[in-house]
Write a protein that binds this ligand. Sequence first.
Ligand SMILES: C[S@@+](CC[C@H](N)C(=O)[O-])C[C@H]1O[C@@H](n2cnc3c(N)ncnc32)[C@H](O)[C@@H]1O
Length: 246
Amino acid sequence: MKDNSFILKEFLDNAFNLKSHLMEFFSMQESDLDGFLSNAKINLANLHPGDALSDASDFYSDIVGDRHVADLAAWHISSKDYIADTLKLQQRFSTNLVLDFGGGIGTHALANAMSKKVEQVFFVDINETNRNFVEYRAKELGVEKKLTFCKTIKDTQISKFDTIVCLDVLEHLDNPAAQIEIFSEIMNSNSIALFNWYFFKGEKNEYPFHVDDSKIIEKFFKTLQSNFLEVFHPILITTRAYKKIR
Ligand SMILES: C[S@@+](CC[C@H](N)C(=O)[O-])C[C@H]1O[C@@H](n2cnc3c(N)ncnc32)[C@H](O)[C@@H]1O
């Protein structure tokens, strides 16, 4: 187990060896890596079928393949100070049993698994490539015993989590209100949930997969305000910490 400042330094230095993990997992040469990462955002956006998609989860489970890994890796490398702030935030709150819902390339789940305060991290992601990639990373980083990989929350077979991390995921779901209701059911009175959201498709439709329907957003905020109370934290980022109201 490592202390918090060491974990942050490892992330800021090399994103937990992200580049070498990408090369090894996807059998790429260093010379292929730039091509894999550059234009990842636009490549992901171009994959989106627009209104033809009837269920948002199909995009992440069946269509994106390894394109989401590329997009998230490029983002975590280029915005490492922002991501490091989200790691600082989870270091304040994460304890015991942690759910990382929509865990992506695993930065937050891996950092939580390195923490002394955390007993087990349940990495839930609908995308099989993401799950396999993060399982590979966990083994490389020697934290595989503290991580469990699941496609759905039900598969974790855990009734209550002490911490829920759901970062940059809610805007990808057809019904974000229903998702936070599920989170509230799997929290106890001391649990903390970390949420952020970005219900915006971008100035130039860079995020065609983000929900921006005003009715869905209003329902989300009503559900948030009736189920959760914000817990103050001093880190200047949009991610918020919550406990259950009842
Ligand atoms: C923008 S990424 C965020 C990844 C990570 N939380 C981060 O902050 O870098 C959204 C993630 O949510 C996952 N996802 C989308 N819909 C999901 C669902 N219904 N259940 C579980 N995961 C889902 C995607 O596969 C993807 O890894």
